[in-house]
Design a protein around this ligand. Structure first.
Ligand code: ADP
Length: 480
């Protein structure tokens, strides 16, 4: 089956978050199911610098008023279609923001162009390859199914995946004319959104099927609390809504071979984790006692509950816990956490910034990872924690709910527990979970059993790819 995937970031060419990991992993994960996937993404400078000897596949002299070329290259066995449109994408700064961190004012045009290019390829505009299905990701590609609906595109099924509904691509009505959609596309069935234009909203209305990255999040976004204004639209598409959990790259995240940790181990050699723990103790100058070391690896934002964490440090230390934090983001949260660190030398440590090796070492050396997110579409750090024997202590929400089995009495008896869940997501809720974790840690036999159970969890791409493949097949065989 020929599938066109459209995304604004794809690992290893460009990454700012989990979307890139998923878009990057899908082609290889779906290959065993017979999917011939090509992935369309913008030619940002960092992408162009990695492209060698591309083949020119399509020249567009007027893509929303600018010149563009679609270049094909193969990266790690996967075919990438790079939309090289210098007027849109060759800029200093990131994929979405300029060097000062501000959104580019013409993001509606930049990603309208990406979406339109996707629709043109869907129509058969690229000689020699026409997809049988189009899979688009997040608001940046969500206009592809909209263009497919309103242009004379032959009927073709489409899938829209929501990685985080907080990002919707909402722009003023004045953008509409520049998108080159027919006037009737500005309607409730199309891109109209509270008097503005909604990219994600338009995609939700027009895609054949909608997926999000966990079953729990699929239910949550039907409610006003999590739907962020789109709950009504999603409810109207409920029959075509699916929750499919993300997988992880089990080669990169493998404690048996990980080059970024101090000592390799597996579930039969868990004692070897001590060497990684020692590396953490030394790096953060922690007291070397037997109590548990908790870690946090996170963007420092309200979504991730980092304010709740800052408000809990004092008590976590008072309980006898130690804590190490790796994160970057909101300056106020960073300040609050740094002052908590300063108040507890030997007990709490913090590394500010993005540090891939340290994120691996923390999972390999700490006893548990704390994830107090207010909402979490899927989440990856709890999956890494499971794989590394670093027990996840998680808010009961979204993908965290779907991937961690709470150590309640029944789960412990049945030997299926893999972590601790808590609700409500408040400081008190988090502290109660921390008390439970401290208590569980006192029973080392039980703790080890939980570590081993977590390490057995099937969190690679296999099962998720099977679900995507089944969805694709059902849509293509229905002719829609
Ligand atoms: P989100 O995409 O919402 O930030 P996820 O849990 O889905 O959350 O993915 C976060 C990814 O980024 C994980 O791979 C995590 O290890 C990594 N990460 C987050 N913060 C840091 C950091 N400061 N340094 C290194 N890696 C980080």
């Amino acid at each position: 089956m020929r599938v066109l995937s459209v995304a604004s970031e794809v690992f290893p060419l460009i990454k700012t978050g989990g979307l890139a990991d998923v878009a990057g992993a899908l082609p290889a994960a779906l290959k065993p199911y017979g999917a011939d996937m090509k992935t369309l993404l913008p030619g940002y400078p960092s992408v162009m610098s990695k492209v060698r000897d591309p083949e020119v596949r399509l020249v567009l002299n007027d893509l929303l008023g600018e010149k563009a070329t679609v270049l094909e290259v193969t990266i790690d066995g996967a075919s990438m279609l790079i939309l090289d449109a210098p007027a849109f994408y060759r800029r200093a700064g990131g994929p979405y923001v300029d060097e000062t961190g501000k959104d580019y004012p013409d993001n509606w045009r930049r990603f309208g162009a990406l979406s339109l290019a996707g629709a043109l390829i869907a129509e058969g505009g690229m000689p020699g390859w026409r997809p049988e299905l189009v899979h688009v990701h997040d608001w940046q590609a969500a206009l592809t199914p909209v263009y497919m609906r309103y242009r004379p595109t032959p009927e073709l099924p489409s899938v829209l995946t929501i990685h985080n509904i907080a990002f919707q691509g909402q722009f003023g009505l004045d953008a509409f004319a520049g998108l080159e959609l027919p006037p009737h596309a500005y309607s409730v069935e199309g891109v109209e959104y509270y008097g503005d234009i909604g990219f994600l909203k338009g995609g939700l209305q027009t895609a054949t099927a909608i997926t999000t990255v966990s079953p729990s999040y699929a239910l949550e976004i039907l409610t006003p609390e999590f739907g962020m204004g789109l709950e009504g639209v999603i409810a109207s598409r409920m029959d075509n809504l699916h929750g499919i959990v993300n997988g992880i790259d089990a080669d990169i995240w493998n404690p048996k071979t990980d080059p970024m940790i101090a000592r390799h181990y597996d579930s039969s050699t868990l004692k070897e984790r001590q060497r990684n723990r020692k590396a953490i103790v030394e790096h953060f100058s922690l007291d070397d006692d037997d109590g548990p070391i908790f870690c946090v690896v996170s963007r420092l934002t309200w979504q991730k509950g980092m304010d709740l964490l800052a408000g809990s440090v004092e008590e976590i230390v008072a309980m006898g816990g130690k804590l190490v934090i790796l994160g970057a983001g909101d300056a106020a949260l960073e300040g609050a956490l740094l002052s908590a660190v300063a108040a507890h030398p030997g007990r709490v440590g913090m590394a500010v910034g993005y540090n891939e090796p340290m994120s691996h070492l923390m999972q390999a050396g700490c006893d548990a990872i704390i994830i107090p997110s207010r909402f979490e579409p899927c989440g990856l750090t709890q999956l890494y924690g499971l794989r590394y024997g670093c027990l996840p202590i998680v808010a009961r929400t979204g993908g965290l709910n779907d991937t961690v089995i709470d150590a309640n009495h029944a789960a412990i008896q049945a030997k299926v527990a893999t972590g601790v869940q808590f609700s409500p997501v408040t400081t008190e809720g988090l502290l109660q979970a921390m008390r439970r974790a401290m208590h569980l840690f006192e029973d080392r036999k039980l703790w080890t059993q939980m570590q081993k159970q977590g390490m057995k969890s099937d969190i690679s791409w296999g099962r998720s790819a099977e679900r995507y493949a089944a969805l694709y097949s059902s849509l293509v065989s229905k002719g829609m």
